[in-house]
Ligand binder design. Structure first.
Ligand code: C5P
Length: 270
């Protein structure tokens, strides 16, 4: 009988002469990168009651008393598939965040999340974290937005399994609205084409990759000066197929102030 152990290992348990024995089988490790070095300009642009007070970026804004980033981090810290977590932060936020974790969330701090310096763009933040990871080619690297605290254990597990199997996998949700390709104009935009809805999914995170697949994609993007808005776009252009598994409309990316109200609602009704 195989028994899954925390941290991605598996034990083969067997009975011999009325005694149980086990053999530990090393399995792929799962590394998680959480890019959290964004400035959250779409949030900061909203008028505040006290404009002189520094505006908390969306990953540090509290959701029912706990910063969004901590809620997201907790989901991975408590997940038995996960071996190690890397968080990319702005340099000035690394030590304050470490102190906050140590003081207020000791159970998460005890998992030793690695705090690394983020970059100018999301892709650079992920690249900095990836550079710190010593993984085997078959290990899995998950990337998850700091501002998606409603990710579930089931989603994490499904992406890990699919990434191990196919080399690259993302969570996505079907488009319910009709999707238009547009051209931006001074007044707004005009429609140039309608993209059949069946051919579209909206990409969420977590996105998971075999380490060798992701490393190759990042190296090629860096050599070509390509910048994408998610990790899958780098892997696609590197020629590797990316599988899609079911996400959830609840797995929202907190972007605008109204998203906080929705996230609070989902938290209360989860
Ligand atoms: O700004 P955007 O919605 O693309 O942010 C997605 C995620 O990427 C957020 O968790 C944000 O903190 C992170 N990010 C980052 N470094 C940047 C910009 C965004 O880690 N330079």
């Amino acid at each position: 009988m195989f028994v899954a152990l925390p941290g991605g290992a598996v034990a083969l348990v067997f009975r011999r002469k009325k005694r149980y024995s086990y053999i530990l089988i090393a399995r792929m490790k799962v590394f998680v990168i959480i890019p959290a070095a964004g400035l959250g300009t779409r949030m900061a642009a909203v008028p505040r009651e006290k404009p002189l007070k520094p505006v908390a970026t969306k990953q540090f804004t509290e959701l029912d008393g706990v910063p969004v980033l901590v809620r997201t981090l907790a989901k991975f810290a408590e997940n038995s598939d996960v071996s190690a977590i890397y968080i990319a932060l702005r340099a000035s936020e690394i030590e304050p965040f470490r102190a906050r974790l140590q003081g207020d969330f000791p159970e998460i701090y005890a998992k030793n999340p690695v705090l690394v310096k983020g970059g100018e763009q999301r892709q650079a933040s992920v690249a900095n974290a990836l550079a710190q990871i010593a993984a085997a080619p078959d290990d899995v690297v998950l990337v998850h937005d700091a501002v998606r605290p409603l990710v579930t254990d089931e989603m994490i597990h499904t992406v890990v399994q699919a990434a191990g199997r196919y080399g690259a996998a993302i969570v996505g949700v079907p488009a319910v609205d009709t999707v238009k390709q547009v051209e931006r104009t001074a007044e707004g935009a005009v429609v140039r084409a309608t993209i059949p809805r069946q051919q579209v999914v909206l990409a969420q995170t977590p996105q998971g990759f075999r380490y060798d697949v992701l490393k190759k994609a990042f190296d090629e993007a860096s050599a070509d000066g390509f910048t994408g808005t998610d990790e899958a776009s780098l892997v696609e252009r590197s020629g590797h197929e990316v599988a899609v598994v079911m996400g959830s409309p609840r797995n929202i990316k907190i972007t605008n102030p109204a998203d906080f109200e929705l996230a609070e609602f989902y938290l209360k009704h989860s």
